[in-house]
Design a binder for this molecule. Structure first.
Ligand code: NAD
Length: 473
């Protein structure tokens, strides 16, 4: 494995603190060492970004667009290497890791080609009013461990495209693919425009409080997002907070089970369930409850579980032991409350953090497995008798990231979906995202959006240019 270093001001340097282990979730053992930056190296990275901003802010849109397109080309060319690194540090199967890299490529190309035009608000004989968009300065990116490369790209590319300079801090559980991403970006931008600092605990809060950072794009849990918000108040940093989710899906009576079961399974177990906008609670009408449970169990039992580097494997381990233990605790609680575990339900007796896809029936709202975000391969099925009641329960969550309605009658499904209290309401699909569609949560799932022009605009401050014209004779 390569020697990894941190990136500050275009230089690769050793971390000033003791390096830490990066664990392969398929073995439970360390496969690499990651450098740990000190707080003074964080200061250096922020200072480098601030210096670079003085000229990067004046680079043309065309220049930044071309540089991002070259980054996308390099990402694509190095897809295999990046995907392998993602499998090693994150655990997902190779095909999924490759699709993560190709997602990163698509998002980078999309960000590159977005435009930030000056908007003419009003033009009269006496005045001209224009709305301009200016970069903010130093933007920090703090990312989680579930989609490490793609989420880093979601944060970094729009920030750069808008003319900001970036300090990126990946999760200490999956830091290496972001360091590799930094290597690629650094080839195409001036020194200091991108900096990547890796570190263990306590570092994120130093970023949140840093006086010379102007904005933080944070993706992670709601509790950490609240802490980031507290720290960011010190200098009123702008924030985009993409936090946890507990997405409900409501299946309308009469939905063809065989047609949708595979899609529902996919949406719930994507990335072994470790996806913010995965389907996490399934509300099924009593008339089809057993049929859905049976169909999902058949699919769950078809998954080939193992090390993501083995070609036939399509279901990997959880990323870390803590997450595995949370899933175990939620399933134990469901059992204790009378829930039936129809398949899976116990960690596999082998090294690594393997937990099979698990379907649980006989659970309901007010129980941990339904109320809390499991962020793992367990899907609770909740029976409902009345559609209005299902909607009420779906909306009762503190979270509001996404939600979906499934049914053969599109009009009925769409009408119900539009009453979900969430940033995205899907019909007959779930967890579908794409670069041109703004994405963000309501309630404790955060605020602000990523993707689309709306996402790019969040990397800017607006400036109204108000010009009074000379009075004509
Ligand atoms: P986490 O909140 O534990 O960590 C996220 C990042 O924050 C990591 O880089 C971590 O080192 C850093 N961090 C930890 N403490 C910090 C602090 N006090 N201040 C600043 N940064 C700090 O989240 P996780 O366990 O890595 O990821 C799982 C969570 O992320 C889930 O809740 C999931 O729903 C959420 N998530 C949300 C989205 C979304 O788009 N809404 C996407 C992916 C994941």
């Amino acid at each position: 494995m390569d020697d990894f270093q941190i990136l500050i001001n275009g230089q690769w340097v050793a971390g000033a603190e003791d390096s830490f282990d990066v664990i392969n979730p398929s073995t439970g053992s360390a496969f690499a060492q990651c450098p740990a930056a000190s707080l003074s190296q964080l200061d250096q990275a922020v200072e480098a970004a601030a210096q670079a901003f003085n000229s990067w802010r004046h680079s043309t849109h065309e220049d930044r667009c071309q540089r991002l397109l070259r980054i996308a080309d390099d990402l694509e060319q190095e897809a295999e290497t990046l995907a392998r690194l993602i499998v090693l540090e994150q655990g997902k199967p190779m095909a999924l890791a490759l699709s993560e890299v190709m997602g990163a490529v698509a998002w980078t190309r999309y960000s590159a080609q977005l435009q930030l035009p000056v908007e003419l608000v009003e033009e009269t004989p006496t005045q001209r009013i224009e709305l301009h968009r200016k970069p903010l300065g130093v933007v920090a990116s703090i990312t989680p461990w579930n989609w490490p490369l793609m989420i880093a790209v979601w944060h970094i590319m729009p920030a750069l495209r808008a003319g900001n300079c970036v300090v990126s801090k990946p999760s200490s559980l999956t830091p290496l693919s972001t360091l590799q991403l930094g290597r690629i970006i650094a080839r195409h931008v001036p020194a200091g425009v991108i900096n990547v600092v890796t570190a263990g605990g306590g570092f994120g809060y130093a970023i949140a409080r840093h006086p010379d950072i102007h904005k933080i794009v944070f993706t992670g849990s709601t509790a950490t997002g609240q802490s980031v918000m507290r720290g960011a108040s010190s200098n009123l940093k702008r924030l985009t907070l993409e936090l946890g989710g507990n997405d409900a899906a409501i299946v309308l009576p009469g939905t063809p089970v065989e047609q949708v079961a595979q899609d529902i399974f996919q949406a719930a177990f994507l990335n072994m369930g470790q996806t913010c906008a995965a389907l996490k609670r399934l509300y099924v009408h009593e008339s089809q409850y057993q049929a859905f449970a049976d169909a999902l169990v058949v699919i769950a039992e078809r998954q080939v579980i193992g090390d993501g580097l083995e070609p036939e494997v399509n279901f990997g381990p959880l990323q870390n032991l803590e997450q595995l233990e949370l899933v175990e605790a939620l399933v134990a609680d469901a059992r204790a409350q009378g829930g039936q575990v129809l398949c899976g339900g116990a960690r596999l007796p082998r090294p690594g953090f393997f937990y099979p896809p698990t379907i649980v029936t006989g659970v309901t709202d007010g129980q941990r497995l339904v109320d809390e975000e499991q962020f793992g391969p367990v899907l609770p099925l909740i029976v409902y008798h009345d559609i209005e009641d299902a909607l009420r329960r779906a909306n009762a969550s503190e979270m509001g990231l996404g939600g979906s309605v499934w049914g053969a009658d599109l009009e009925q499904a769409q009408a119900l979906a539009s009453r979900l209290e969430s940033g995205v309401a899907w019909v007959n699909c779930h967890a579908q995202i794409q670069p041109n569609t703004p994405f963000g949560g309501w309630k404790s799932s955060g605020f602000g959006v990523e993707f689309g022009l709306e996402g790019l605009l969040e990397c800017t401050a607006q400036q109204l240019l108000f010009v009074r014209k000379p009075e004509s004779e």
